[in-house]
Design a binder for this molecule. Structure first.
Ligand code: FMN
Length: 433
């Protein structure tokens, strides 16, 4: 039976250098603030016919973490994508920009610039940010609900600005001397709770090619916002049931917003620790996280749940009844919710809890094993109706990243889960096809 094709993206984060991954010989860690490092991966992702390359982004630096690990310091996502646009020709370029700090006019212009530079390959991953308020004069981080209210208005302004200067307005008629039909270039006159923007944008749209919208953040407010506008959701769903539930919920929310269920696609992060044998993959995983201190993991559990496990024994089960009420202030309701869910469902002993993706990483679906194991897991999730695709975030080492791009992706093409040829040259084409 032919499988339904998935939408697959490659994260350039680079997650395979996280933890102790950067310490391997040949990791190229010296080059992550340049472009050659990413050009190589972008070209290989395009050779594998992926839908898009993707860059998460943030506007703060967690300096203490950088004592031992690369952390989240990075090139600006949209600037990096602009450099990669010149080195590729088909693959989509998904940039992450938060709606919490920047003015919408600037963001509309940056993403449309990327769309122009790449001949229609831009996408915007809308996030509401986890931190960084103090870099923008805000004493505290606005609550999740406030951030989503702002995100909804921000996105509306950006979309209106994108429509305010259609490509069709450009006449460039040498004969008559008419450069543009200005009746087609219209102000947006937006006045809302957060923004007052006149418009129009000072940059035309790229033909009629849409800019697909992605979103990340799965609290009730996040889901509702995503279901109202996003073409795809980048999710943290560590187990199959979490993905099935989220996908069902988003599809029905999309319908309640007057859209079709198929208009929102669920693309979970897929963390891959790949090696030629399962034993080597296990060793890679253990090596990668060996220096993440117990104190840091305990602190992370405390921040997300309010439960302090400092003096607990390794073999003591952590039970649902141990969980205090949900803390009022949370950086991410999504990640806190995933951890609570894990404890409530499995009541794991502390030793096991400290190894789970919900605690040590971003809470993604994870495969630690061979390329065959990864193929099976993807098939299983696809057949279970849990996903419309995924964003791969390889972990552990460059070797693991190489296996993901150069072996796993061709295998998925062979069994019909990934295209073998592009049918167009834009991200909209790849996502809507
Ligand atoms: C899978 C996932 C990826 C995210 N990536 C980013 C990111 O790259 N940059 C960022 O500033 N915030 C990121 N966030 C944070 C969200 O945009 C959001 O601010 C946060 O999850 C709080 O929303 P929530 O209450 O809906 O969870 C991400 C969240 C999730 C769940």
């Amino acid at each position: 039976m032919a499988h339904k094709q998935l939408h697959i993206g490659m994260s350039l984060a680079p997650t395979w250098l996280s933890g102790d991954g950067w310490r391997h010989e040949g990791s190229n860690i010296e080059h992550t603030f340049g472009t050659d490092f990413f050009v190589d991966i972008a070209r290989r992702a395009e050779a594998a016919k992926l839908d898009f390359i993707f860059r998460p982004d943030s506007l703060f630096l967690n300096a203490p973490i950088m004592e031992t690990s690369p952390g989240f310091g990075s090139l600006d996502s949209t600037v990096l994508m602009a450099a990669l646009a010149r080195e590729t020709s088909k693959i989509g370029l998904l940039s992450t920009v938060s709606t919490t700090f920047m003015p919408p006019y600037v963001v509309a212009r940056q993403i449309m610039s990327l769309h122009q530079i790449s001949n229609g390959r831009a996408g915007w991953n809308i996030v509401t940010a986890l931190d960084g308020n103090e870099n923008f004069g805000l004493e505290t981080m606005p609550s999740s609900d406030e951030r989503y209210a702002r995100a909804a208005e921000f996105t509306e302004v950006v979309r209106s600005l994108w429509e305010s200067f259609p490509d069709a307005a450009l006449k460039r008629d040498r004969q008559s001397g008419q450069f543009a039909d200005t009746s087609l270039i219209q102000p947006v006159h937006h006045e809302g709770a957060h923004f007052k923007v006149k418009g129009p944008l000072n940059l035309p749209s790229y033909r009629d090619v849409a800019i697909p919208l992605f979103q990340a953040g799965a609290s009730p407010a996040g889901r509702s916002f995503a279901a109202s506008v996003a073409d795809a959701i980048f999710s943290a769903t560590p187990d199959l049931d979490a993905a099935i539930d989220l996908r069902k919920d988003l599809r029905s929310l999309a319908e309640s917003h007057g859209r079709k269920a198929d208009d929102v696609r669920l693309l979970p992060g897929l963390s891959l620790y790949l090696a030629p044998t399962r034993k080597e993959a296990e060793e890679l995983f253990i090596y990668t996280h060996a220096r993440t201190s117990r104190a840091r993991k305990i602190a992370s559990i405390r921040d997300m749940t309010g439960l302090d496990l400092t003096n607990w024994a390794d073999d003591q089960p952590v039970k649902a009844a141990d969980l205090p009420p949900v803390p009022v202030v949370l950086r991410s309701k999504t990640h806190a919710g995933l951890l609570r869910r894990l404890i409530e469902r499995e009541e794991p002993v502390l030793r096991d809890l400290l190894h789970r993706p919900e605690v040590i990483s971003a809470g993604h679906w994870q495969v630690i094993g061979t390329v065959d194991d990864a193929v099976e897991s993807v098939k299983h999730w696809q057949e279970a109706g849990a996903i419309d695709g995924f964003i791969t975030a390889p972990g552990g080492s460059s070797g693991s990243m190489n296996l993901a791009l150069d072996e796993l992706m061709p295998r998925l093409s062979e069994i019909g889960l990934l295209r073998s040829e592009y049918s167009g040259n834009t991200l909209a084409n790849h996502i809507y096809e």
